[in-house]
Design a protein around this ligand. Structure first.
Ligand code: HEM
Length: 271
């Protein structure tokens, strides 16, 4: 039994972390063209427009909550005057709201894949496996938060995971493996932590890789410029068909330079 516990809370999370990084590297080297959301918006957009933001914004708050609860030790929040009870409240209620948004969004995304024939046909086997693991991690986290934190089924004013799961994880990541910290954790959280690490392991082999190429560049990149035919062009055609448009000014400079050159290379008109 002890051997099994050591495997679950020592070896398994590290196997998942290694699978994640090796998998990401392998996927990047072998499948850069497949590194996309594989968007199905072209087949159906009404349900997608509601479910996708609900899911993604829910997840943003869930991730922020995880970083706060797992990475920040209790002593730090106490030292800036945040009591344990107050911390529990700000973690539980916004966390529960984020969980509801995420679950509703996920249900919408899966419903649309099932009922819309075109979206269904565009759903690969890897997508189906991904939804099972993603759903497993999200549902188990939601069940743990609702049963233990919100409805207090243990009768302890919520389960204090910042005494067990959080130090276990921080120590695990610096190779100070302490499986005993996880031994008395309620089963709901044990299932959730295992489901979370399983999702991390399969992540690189699914469309979830798109999370690392979210289009943040859209904010700063230059506009996409569609050029109409230049009415001032002469019968001489440029030999370059495609040119990257850098900026309006440099483009104009280049055009006038080329026009000057072509004028020079043109034979003198006979009068
Ligand atoms: C990577 C996949 C994971 C997903 C998708 C996920 C998802 C969720 C969700 C939806 C909740 C409920 C909402 C919330 O309270 O934020 C939750 C709660 C929680 N999760 Fe995860 N989780 C993941 C991984 C992990 C891991 C690896 C751990 C620990 C090592 C963890 C620890 C927790 C804890 C302690 C809570 C309760 C937070 C609270 O009630 O304040 N999760 N998770």
């Amino acid at each position: 039994m002890e051997y099994f516990e050591n495997f679950l809370w020592g070896a398994f999370p590290w196997l998942a972390i290694v699978a994640f990084f090796v998998g990401i590297f392998w996927r990047w080297r072998t499948d850069q063209f497949g590194w996309t959301t594989h968007s199905s918006q072209i087949y159906e957009s009404k349900l997608l427009r509601m479910s996708s933001p609900l899911f993604h914004w829910g997840m943003v708050f869930v991730i922020v909550g995880h970083l706060m609860g797992l990475a920040i030790p209790k002593s730090w929040t106490r030292s800036v005057g945040i009591s344990d009870h107050f911390y529990h409240l700000i973690a539980t209620y916004p966390g529960a709201l984020a969980a509801i948004a995420t679950v509703l969004g996920l249900v919408g995304l899966i419903y649309r894949r099932v009922v819309n024939r075109s979206v269904f046909l565009a759903t690969s086997r890897s997508d189906k496996v991904m939804y099972i693991f993603l759903g497993g991690a999200i549902l188990s986290g939601t069940i743990a938060t609702f049963s233990l934190q919100l409805f207090d089924t243990l009768g302890t004013n919520g389960y204090d995971y910042r005494e067990t799961i959080s130090p276990w994880l921080r120590n695990l990541l610096i190779f100070n493996i302490q499986p005993e910290l996880m031994s008395d954790v309620p089963w709901q959280f044990k299932v959730h932590v295992l489901a979370g690490f399983t999702l991390i392991a399969v992540w690189p082999f699914t469309r979830l890789v798109h999370a690392f190429s979210a289009p943040v560049g859209y904010v700063t990149r230059p506009y996409v410029v569609y050029r109409s035919r230049d009415t001032r062009t002469t019968d001489m055609r440029s030999h370059v068909a495609w040119e990257p448009v850098q900026s309006a000014a440099s483009q104009l400079d280049r055009n006038s330079e080329r026009r000057g050159n072509s004028d020079r290379s043109r034979p003198p008109r006979s009068s």
